[in-house]
Design a binder for this molecule. Structure first.
Ligand SMILES: Nc1ncnc2c1ncn2[C@@H]1O[C@H](COP(=O)(O)OP(=O)(O)OP(=O)(O)O)[C@@H](O)[C@H]1O
Ligand SMILES: [Mg+2]
Length: 234
């Protein structure tokens, strides 16, 4: 479904991601793990057109998206839940959800998608008039995921959805990811919570200092002593 082929990207003269190749097949959930500053968010930004590629290509369902501007990427079926959620704090939950459906081809489906998101997250329905910035961290994450789901994406990119949340809420976020998968969505997720994310994805890539160092099935990575030592701490 999504093929990242030999992609190099960065900021100005700085290269944050070097010759990265990643593939996500339809229906799969794939994780990208790696230390702080490895280039994980850069990869997500490159896919969603927020930063230009310096090399390589990205294709979605066979169509090159390497030069599609960020606001048009969503029309290819990709939705991005960015790092730190990036909600509009002074807008209500429902107004934030509306933003996810803003692109012209999606507007007509707003009511239907809203119903879907409220069914998935009843808490959001309850809080639909609350200002997003006044919600708890876990609620804000639900809102950010809900906003991404408003465009009825084929693939959801999630950048550290569990960051900054209390352990019990982290569990809920991973439960949400399971439910999103059960809805048939394809998922590409960046997580620091390596042990937990490997339990909900099929495969993972290890990114270090801008380079893909390793990839394998979740079972293989969970069984790797090097990865356990470096990222799981047991
Ligand atoms: N806007 C920017 N301008 C300049 N350098 C940047 C910018 N954004 C990120 N970088 C640099 O690019 C490198 C990769 O950053 P990136 O955000 O992709 O890391 P990450 O793997 O997501 O890390 P974290 O786990 O801390 O979120 C880092 O060295 C970072 O300082
Ligand atoms: Mg990041």
């Amino acid at each position: 479904m999504l093929v990242i082929d030999d992609v190099t990207a960065g900021y100005g003269d700085f290269t944050a991601l070097r010759n990265a190749s990643i593939e996500v097949k339809a229906g799969e959930a794939v994780a990208v793990i790696g230390p702080n500053g490895a280039g994980k968010s850069t990869l997500m930004r490159a896919i969603s057109g927020m930063i230009p590629l310096k090399g390589g290509t990205i294709t979605m369902e066979g169509q090159s998206i390497s030069s599609i501007p960020a606001h048009k990427i969503v029309e290819t079926g990709i939705a991005h839940v960015p790092e730190n959620r990036r909600l509009f704090a002074r807008m209500s939950v429902e107004e934030n959800l509306r933003v996810g459906c803003y692109a012209k081809p999606f507007r007509a489906a707003f009511d239907k998608r809203l119903e879907f998101v409220y069914e998935l997250f009843p808490r959001m329905k309850e809080r639909r008039n609350q200002l997003a910035g006044t919600m708890s961290g876990g609620e804000q994450q639900m809102c950010a995921i809900g906003r991404a789901l408003m465009s009825d994406p084929k693939i959801l990119l999630m950048d550290e959805p569990s960051a900054g949340l209390a352990p019990v809420i982290v569990q809920q976020v991973f439960e949400l990811i399971r439910r999103i998968r059960a809805e048939g969505l394809t998922v590409l997720i960046v997580e620091q919570n390596v042990q937990q994310v490997l339990k909900v994805v099929d495969r993972a890539y290890l990114l270090e200092a801008g380079t893909i160092r390793h990839s394998g099935s979740s079972a293989e990575l969970l069984g790797s002593e090097d990865i356990r030592k470096a990222y799981i701490g047991v």
